[in-house]
Design a protein around this ligand. Structure first.
Ligand code: IMP
Ligand code: MG
Length: 423
């Protein structure tokens, strides 16, 4: 792969979302007409009709992927490269009306419908579809940037925690699926502290409902479940023999070690080749290895401050690492995920689609949840090589948020639509 190809394709085109960009392109013509005519109603109707057309294409693909397979390739697959599976239809025209009301998209005459507008419309369509199907059973959340800010935690009274508890009370199974990899419960208990406090202090909700809260750490490596003992809540580790999935019980420890060894060796060589700050740390764990910011004394503020990496440095590290491991025989025999976490780069053994599949079976072994009954909310959906939520799309429908505030809005929407469609 030439470096031109990498910078043009992987770092520009491939880091975006092809489906969103494809939708966005449809709006340039009606937007330009709108800028001239300034007729909001006309723009609104034109935009809505475009979403209606795309909605029909998605429905055709869902029917095809979901079993009504005619020999014909769905039109959408011919129009957009590398589309995954859509597990539900997407009511895009209705979602557009809802988001247009909020964001006044069709009233704008200087700024056309943007990537972000379309991301929000797709999210609303996904939430509407799941509420209308009345078949949602499992909702999973990424941790950093989705439930709490990067490196943060759910604090007491946290609005996200209130909504997560509400979903449990509505009968859903809820889980956090995070890349953060710790073998023991303490670190995760700290990060979910506000939610645990809320649950342990609510005696009116039976433990059977509360136990529907799980957490899977290291993407698919360590499983925990909520428990209460003498009035105190916490997370108990579940032995792997109770949830180990076929996909990885046969992985060879030697392949895991060789993959992590190679990633670690590359991180050390990047320290020199990319002139990384001397404070940079390389962290090796049982199922992951990461390169993270160090700290140094700042005489001005008189405290220790983090020494961040350049954006381009993180992109270079993750792209080189991914390319090397893709061609490394031991890594090919297992599943690994390299990603740029925004401030660090990690190579994890496992991936979030595996984590979600484990939960789909563990939460209800006698009747495992299907991808059509699962939703994952996360912030990192850039394709392979940079996003750790991307692979979740293989196992569940998804909602792509960019901050914990957006997660709260998405949950408010979901709760509202679920109530509307419950009768
Ligand atoms: P997530 O967004 O909840 O999936 O968490 C991703 C973040 O967790 C990364 O950007 C890292 O900063 C942090 N992290 C801590 N330990 C690990 C690990 O073992 N693997 C991957 N990420 C980790
Ligand atoms: Mg995240």
């Amino acid at each position: 792969m030439s470096s031109r190809y990498i910078s043009e394709y992987r770092l520009r085109n491939h880091r975006k979302d092809q489906f969103i960009d494809w939708i966005k392109a449809f709006f340039s013509m009606p937007f330009m007409l709108h800028a001239v005519t300034q007729n909001n109603q006309l723009a609104h109707d034109k935009y809505k009709n475009i979403f209606l057309e795309i909605e029909n294409l998605v429905r055709e693909k869902v029917n095809h992927d979901g079993g009504c397979r005619s020999t014909k390739i769905p039109r959408l697959d011919k129009l957009v490269n590398s589309l995954g599976t859509f597990f539900t239809p997407l009511p895009l025209a209705d979602a557009f009306m809802i988001q247009d009301e909020k964001r006044a998209i069709s009233s704008r005459i200087k700024v056309p419908p943007s990537f972000n507008d379309i991301r929000h419309i797709l999210n609303t369509a996904q939430l509407l579809a799941l509420a209308r199907s009345r078949d949602l059973r499992l909702i999973t959340f990424d941790g950093d940037v989705t439930l709490y800010k990067n490196g943060g935690s759910l604090v007491e009274g946290d609005r996200a925690a209130l909504r997560v508890f509400e979903l449990l009370k509505m009968g859903l199974h809820v889980a956090v699926v995070t890349a953060a990899g710790y073998t023991e419960a303490e670190n995760y208990e700290l990060r979910l502290a506000g939610l645990i406090k809320l649950m342990e202090s609510t005696d009116s909700v039976p433990i059977e409902i509360k136990q529907r809260l799980c957490l899977i750490g290291g993407q698919s490596n360590f499983l925990f479940r909520y428990y209460e003992h003498e009035g105190r809540g916490g997370l108990e580790k579940i032995d792997e023999s109770l949830w180990g999935c076929d996909a990885f019980v046969h992985w060879d420890q030697a392949d895991i070690k060789a993959t992590l060894d190679l990633a670690e060796k590359m991180f050390y060589s990047f320290k020199t080749s990319l002139n990384l700050p001397p404070e940079t740390k390389i962290v090796r764990k049982s199922r992951s290895v990461g390169i993270v910011m160090g700290e140094k004394w700042d005489p001005e503020s008189k405290c220790n401050v983090s020494v961040p990496f350049f954006r381009e440095t993180l992109q270079e590290i993750v792209s080189c690492l991914q390319a090397e491991l893709d061609n490394f025989e031991p890594s090919k025999r297992i599943v690994f995920n390299c990603f740029d976490g925004g401030e660090d780069v990690w190579c994890d053994i496992g991936a979030k689609d595996l984590g979600i599949r484990i939960l789909q079976h563990f939460c209800c072994p006698e009747n495992p949840m299907k991808p059509t009954q699962s939703l994952h909310i996360g912030d990192q959906f850039e394709p392979i090589g940079s996003g750790n939520d991307f692979k979740a799309r293989l196992a569940a429908s998804t909602v792509w948020i960019s901050s914990p505030i957006e997660t709260i809005s998405a949950l408010d929407e979901l709760i509202l639509y679920k109530k509307q469609f419950s009768h």
